[in-house]
Design a protein around this ligand. Structure first.
Ligand code: SF4
Length: 426
């Protein structure tokens, strides 16, 4: 079922909708669609201004980030998502499946070199693991035994689905077992676009929308927080985006289990979907094909359109405190500009970002913490180190305590002996 616009679309002015949002009223799906469909540059500026105003009310000038490392344990995958440049077949020259020693080595490197607080663990749907669910459970146990304090953010809803099939148990049992092994939270990836018709076109073998929703709600009900994501800037329509965001907002109303919203612009150069999208399609959607000579820049979602979409997220998702930018996908300068478009989270250090790079992304795979701090300060914002579920972590090296202390902690929250404080942001 898709959301459909009607005549109201033509009658309501964007300005009225933005006033409504500023007055604290929730927008409905039709109003969301009007914002998405409005192609006027001046209106985009007003949308961004509104989002910035709302974000400042919620988060003032604080911009959070996480010191983390991605662990992509295999790139061998039996699925064929058309937007993906990461997957390999077993016989590909650069196919890999990491053993536990290698995974522990990578995590140790992250802990020792930059003091990571989180690892994010996901991989392809590797047919070699099809009869080996214990690979997943023991991976988590091994990490937990070696790193008792590390936050383990692991396994997408697609992987939970595969584990459920492999073990013949319900989603809830799979998630409970993973939590027993050491999982703390889950990425809300594999959402891509939840409008079923378009979803079938870009990732026909993936779990369907109902399955994704059920897995996410099951996790939330078990107390496992997840992120929420969307893949945008490909062949999706405004209706598809409105439908997707309305599902996400409804789940958040029901469970409150999403930590943040992450909008991921489609990186097309090395993907079959990117190659098949003709130039007319790109122009009509969110792709820049007119005002830049650089081939790569022609292939990515136009940054102005990214900013407008980020702003719309802040305005529509009134039950999300945190909306994250994506520096590996849009680049650091654009990520900094996005901090004026309703964004309050810079994402992570990452250390190893294989998925965007494999699709043709070229904005790097690692930013040091100090670099992130300096960049956020350059943007006139206050950098705040956080953990995965948005407990804010104060470390003496992040910023002067005189600046941070009054902003950070609720009463009774004091630094521990190691100079680290965990607490909710005021
Ligand atoms: S997006 Fe994930 S599931 Fe889809 S083909 Fe790529 S690695 Fe496989």
């Amino acid at each position: 079922m898709h959301y459909q616009s009607n005549n109201k679309t033509d009658k309501i002015l964007t300005g009225d909708i933005l006033q409504k949002a500023l007055s604290g009223e929730r927008l409905d799906n039709e109003e969301l669609l009007i914002l998405l469909e409005n192609k006027d540059e001046k209106a985009a500026g007003e949308i961004i201004f509104t989002a910035d105003t709302l974000n400042k009310r919620i988060n003032s000038d604080k911009v959070s980030y996480v010191v983390n490392r991605n662990i992509n344990f295999t790139n061998i995958c039996s699925l064929n998502c058309r937007f993906c440049g990461y997957k390999r077949t077993k016989n590909s020259k650069d196919a890999f499946l990491l053993d536990y020693d290698k995974i522990i080595e990578k995590i140790s490197e992250g802990v020792e070199s930059i003091g990571i607080d989180e690892i994010c663990v996901t991989g392809g749907i590797n047919p070699e693991l099809k009869n080996n669910p214990d690979y997943y459970f023991n991976l988590i146990k091994t990490v937990r035994n070696n790193f008792p304090k590390l936050h383990i953010h692991a396994f997408s809803p697609q992987e939970i689905y595969e584990l459920s099939i492999m073990t013949g148990t319900a989603y809830a049992q799979v998630i409970e077992k993973l939590v027993e092994c050491g999982v703390n939270s889950m990425p809300g990836t594999a959402a891509e676009i939840l409008a079923e018709e378009t979803r079938k076109k870009i990732c026909p073998q993936k779990i369907n929308t109902a399955e994704w929703v059920e897995i996410i709600k099951t996790a939330h009900k078990l107390g496992v927080k997840t992120s929420a994501t969307v893949l945008f800037g490909h062949i999706e329509s405004s209706n598809d985006l409105a439908y997707h965001l309305s599902i996400i907002r409804r789940i958040q109303d029901e469970t409150g289990g999403f930590t943040e919203f992450i909008a991921l612009p489609f990186i097309s150069p090395k993907t079959s979907l990117g190659k098949s999208m003709d130039k007319i399609d790109r122009k009509d959607r969110m792709i820049d094909n007119a005002d830049n000579d650089d081939i790569y820049r022609k292939e990515i979602v136009h940054e102005k359109k990214v900013f407008k979409f980020y702003a719309i997220l802040r305005i529509f998702l009134d039950n999300f405190k945190n909306v994250q930018t994506s520096w590996p996908k849009i680049g650091v300068p654009a990520a900094l500009k996005s901090l004026e478009c309703g964004i309050n989270d810079f994402g992570g250090t990452l250390m190893e970002e294989n998925i965007t790079k494999s699709a043709g992304g070229k904005f790097g795979e690692f930013l040091e913490e100090n670099e992130i701090i300096n960049l956020i300060k350059q943007a006139g914002k206050i950098p705040i180190r956080r953990d995965t579920v948005y407990n804010y972590i104060y470390k003496n090296n992040a910023m002067g305590s005189a600046v941070l202390a009054p902003l950070l902690f609720k009463e009774g929250c004091r630094p521990k002996a190691d100079g680290v404080v965990h607490g909710k942001l005021i």
